[in-house]
Design a binder for this molecule. Structure first.
Ligand code: KG4
Ligand code: ZN
Length: 342
């Protein structure tokens, strides 16, 4: 509720940092709609083409917002503020969401709220119950980031470790490319892995100091392994795809969770959350549950629709910023790079 009134706080959230155009309506901290248009066109190119992403965002943004408002049964005039992803992401893609949010808010004479996309992924934990208490650790794993964040409060986040090269999502996507699977390969590896044996092949774990990660060596290892196997058996990929995917997935998951364990031991924090596109991975979700029993952790895993890029996480972050009256100015511009702490 708005302070001193019985009127609910209505936030429209907009996400356009990469290849998903998404809009969401949040009323008093509850997500009433979360509508995402995924840009399938990038599959043809084996990766996201920034220029195409911007153009498709331009085509999708108005219909996506219309549907989000309809699904939530609210009209434009009910909206109190527009929250949008300022960064990090593809500049041209961010520009579409930012410009839309600014002009929409200007026309309605309401404030705008800037949201850091990586904070948004973490804030997705404040959509559904149970919500974590502060402080908690969040493993944020997406196509562009792999981070362990200590979350002290809604907007007080400390980066404890991050990847020194590829992100975990990139490790999935690049492995998929080596295996001849289309982009984005993460969900496909997940599907094949369900049918395979994770102990069929072994890949080594990189020895990276502290709480940082590295995935580029694993990718090279997989590339040489596949090349060698194909020399002996040209049908290796089609015959063993499930086992390869299960073994690679298992390795990525243990690399991630070994660092989470180290972070938990070092900080004494036993509330562990995961966020970002790779948190949709069933191997990561199941292994985290198993480890939580062994290590006495309380784990927080977002619903699937709030793992990959979505505006629900932007709208909920906007709601908490609205409570702080933390508004942005109309001359704000998007940023391709933004730290999770800022
Ligand atoms: O958070 P996100 O939607 O976008 C970024 O902010 O990057 O994450 C996308 C990444 C992609 O690399 C995609 O392959 C990966 O998340 N991903 C998965 C799964 N679903 C999405 N990786 C493994 N298993 C999945 N089920
Ligand atoms: Zn993301």
């Amino acid at each position: 509720m708005k302070p001193g009134t019985t009127k609910p706080i209505v936030i429209l959230g907009i996400e356009s940092s990469c290849d998903e155009t998404s809009a969401s309506v949040c009323i008093d901290g509850r997500i009433l709609s979360n509508v995402t248009a995924t840009q399938k066109i990038h599959e043809t190119y084996g990766g996201v083409i920034p220029e195409i992403a911007s153009r498709v965002h331009q085509q999708n943004i108005i219909p996506v917002v219309d549907i989000a408002l309809k699904n939530a049964k609210v009209s434009k005039n009910d909206i109190d503020a527009v929250a949008f992803t300022r960064g990090p992401g593809l500049l041209g893609a961010l520009l579409v969401g930012t410009s839309f949010a600014k002009s929409f808010a200007l026309a309605l004479d309401i404030p705008i709220i800037e949201v850091n996309h990586m904070q948004g992924h973490i804030m997705a934990h404040f959509i559904d119950e149970p919500k974590p208490a502060f402080p908690f650790l969040c493993l944020t794993v997406s196509g562009g980031h792999t981070q362990i964040v200590r979350v002290n409060d809604y907007f007080d986040m400390e980066l404890l470790g991050e990847t020194t090269d590829d992100a975990a999502g990139e490790a999935f996507d690049k492995t998929a490319k080596i295996l001849g699977l289309p982009y984005p390969g993460g969900p496909l590896i997940d599907r094949h892995a369900k049918l395979g044996n994770p102990a069929a092949f072994s890949f080594t774990e990189p020895q990276i100091p502290g709480l940082n990660f590295s995935f580029s060596g694993l990718k090279t290892q997989i590339m040489y392994f596949v090349k060698e196997q194909l020399k002996q058996n040209p049908h290796f990929l089609s015959e063993r795809i499930d086992d390869i995917c299960a073994s690679v997935q298992q390795r990525i998951v243990t690399i991630l969770l070994n660092k989470v364990k180290k972070a938990s031991d070092e900080t004494g924090i036993r509330q562990i959350a995961i966020a970002g596109g790779v948190s949709a991975n069933s191997g990561l979700r199941e292994t985290l549950q198993t480890w939580s029993r062994e290590h006495h952790w309380d784990v927080f895993i977002p619903a699937f629709e709030y793992c990959t890029d979505n505006a629900g996480m932007i709208a909920i972050t906007g709601y908490y910023k609205y409570l702080n009256q933390d508004f942005a100015s109309q001359d704000i511009s998007p940023l391709a790079r933004m730290a999770v702490t800022g």
